[in-house]
Structure formats: C-alpha cells, structure tokens
Design a protein around this ligand. Structure first.
Ligand code: ATP
Length: 286
C-alpha cells in the first residue's frame, strides 16, 4: 500500500481553479518533490493532504487514512506525520528549547530534543526567544518541529527558503539521514538543485495539473537529450550539439593535435528542462 494515494483531486477558490485533477502515488520510503511556479497549486495540494484544507473532489489516502475524517483516529494519524508549513505559527515569547519541548509533548515517540537541535544547527540558540531569531534560524526551528515526533511521513513546504548555502547543505544531510530511517517525504521547493540532490522522483505541476512525474535524471527527456560541446577556435567560441559527444571530442583532439582550447561538454540541467516544460504551458483561463 502506498503511503500517499491521491486520485482526481480538485480544489477551487471561487473562480480560481487551483487544483484541477491531481493524481499521486508515493510509496513508503520515497522522497518526492513537487515542483511548479508560484500559484501552480503546490501548497493547496499539500495542505489538503495534511488535512488543513478541504477538497472539492477526489479520493485521498494518507497512511491509509482520509485526512478529512475527524475524531480519535485523526489524533493517532497526526502522531505519525510531521509537517513544515510554508509559514509557521508565531511563538515569539518562547525560547527555542521551550518551543521544541512543548511540541515534543504532542507525540508518543518523540526524538531526543538535543539531537534534533544539533541536527538543525540551533545549538547556539537554544535559549534565544523565537522573535529574536533570524529568518533562516526560524526556518530551522520549523524543520525541528516537523521532525521532533519521529514521523513516518514528513511534509516539507519550501523548507529551505531563507537558508544560507551552508544551512541548506546541512539540511540536505538531515534529509539523507531521515531517508536512512525510512521516512517518506513529500517536499515542495523552488530550488531545482535541491530537488535533484534529494528527490527520488519529482512531479512538475502547473495551473493545477501535473505535467510529468519522473526521476530528476529523466524528466522531460533529459537523460536522452543531446550534449552541447563548446570550445574556442582562434578568436571564436564554437558549439555543436551531439548524441555522441565523445566522437566530437575525439575529432577535435585530432584537429587540435592535443588539448582542445576551453573545452566543455554539458547536458541540460534540471532547471533548463523545468523552465522549458513550464514555459510551454499557458496561464489558465479564469
Ligand atoms: P507558491 O509557489 O507561490 O507557494 P503554490 O504552487 O503553492 O504557489 P497555491 O498557494 O496552492 O500555489 O495557490 C494556487 C492558486 O490558488 C493561486 O492562484 C492562489 O492565488 C490561489 N489560492 C491559494 N490559496 C487561496 C485561498 N485561501 N483563497 C483564495 N485563493 C487561493
């Protein structure tokens, strides 16, 4: 049974059709990234799966449970889920440690508080008031609160927005650690390098519809796309596209009698492919 199973999900806000028929199947242990431009429907989708928004149509099973169902079962279900929302609630008058301790009390199997603080790199800020944290430090606290309950399933909505490059790399290492524990993760991000580094599969969503689901390496035909070879010949930069870049390089090696000036061989990045995919889809008519 998949941890996340979604069929035909729809949600409108008045005349805005935010989600227009989304299907998702995410097995246990997978790290899955939802990619899409601003307003594509990512947060709406994720917050419906988390049980924070209602839906207009579709079937949803999250850890075998419909998030819209209320009652005692919902509490046991919440115990198995971790959530990092796009904008976190304010807890300005509490310290970092007080906030984490408070949240850990909600869960039946909380992680060790000190370990979580180290994992998110807040060990120098344990006594600081939340309202005195920087934006990136606030975000790290959000991540700490998402993982404190040892969730089987973790939702991360733009988790590293505001992180400096070092904090982002540390966060990636943390996600790898959670992968090792078998945690299933649904992530939204605008950072294509983050999706590439972390995700087993990605879905590109635009105007409320999924365009493609694939591995980062294969998205949009990336794995079979031509390589671009570029080099300098006299005063000019020359380029050539090829399915067989090795043969082009061999030819150039002979031509130059050795080292090829300023040689580079590249394939389209995930970002190149992604921008091409969403560029080809027009705004929905409203
Ligand atoms: P971003 O990358 O900017 O976070 P997103 O992909 O998460 O975008 P959503 O927040 O799901 O996009 O928004 C999808 C569409 O629904 C947008 O057109 C947005 O304006 C609209 N929308 C979202 N929430 C509401 C709401 N509570 N009321 C009315 N419209 C909403």
């Amino acid at each position: 049974m998949n941890v996340i199973e979604v069929k035909g999900l729809k949600k409108s806000y008045g005349q805005v059709h935010a989600v227009r028929g989304v299907d998702l199947s995410i097995p246990a242990g997978e790290i899955f990234a939802l990619l899409g431009p601003n307003g594509a429907g990512k947060t709406t989708t994720v917050e419906i799966l988390e049980g924070f928004r209602s839906r207009d149509a579709g079937q949803i099973s999250i850890l075998g449970f419909d998030p819209q169902t209320q009652g005692h079962a919902a509490r046991q279900w919440r115990d198995r889920i971790g959530i990092v929302l796009q904008s976190a609630a304010d807890a300005g008058d509490l310290t970092v440690i007080e906030t984490i301790e408070h949240f850990s009390g909600y869960y039946s199997k909380p992680r060790d508080i000190d370990e979580v603080i180290v994992a998110v790199g807040l060990e120098d800020k344990t006594g600081a008031l939340i309202r005195n944290l920087s934006g990136g430090q606030r975000r790290r606290l959000d991540v700490a609160l998402g993982i404190i309950g040892s969730p089987e399933l973790l939702f991360l909505d733009e988790p590293t927005t505001g992180f400096d490059p070092e904090a982002r790399r540390a966060f990636w290492a943390l996600i790898e650690q959670l992968r090792g524990d078998g945690t299933t993760i649904l992530l939204t991000t605008h950072y294509l390098d983050e999706a590439e580094a972390l995700a087993d599969r990605v879905a590109v969503i635009n105007n409320g519809l999924i365009i493609e689901v694939s591995t980062p390496a294969e998205l949009g035909g990336r794995a079979t796309s031509k390589a671009l070879i570029s080099w300098r010949d006299g005063g000019q930069v020359k380029t050539e596209e090829s399915d067989n870049p090795t043969s082009v390089v061999t030819r150039l090696t002979t031509q130059f009698g050795g080292e090829i000036p300023e040689l580079s061989v590249t394939r389209p990045s995930l970002e190149d492919i992604y921008l091409k995919m969403i560029g080809g889809v027009h705004e929905q008519d409203s």
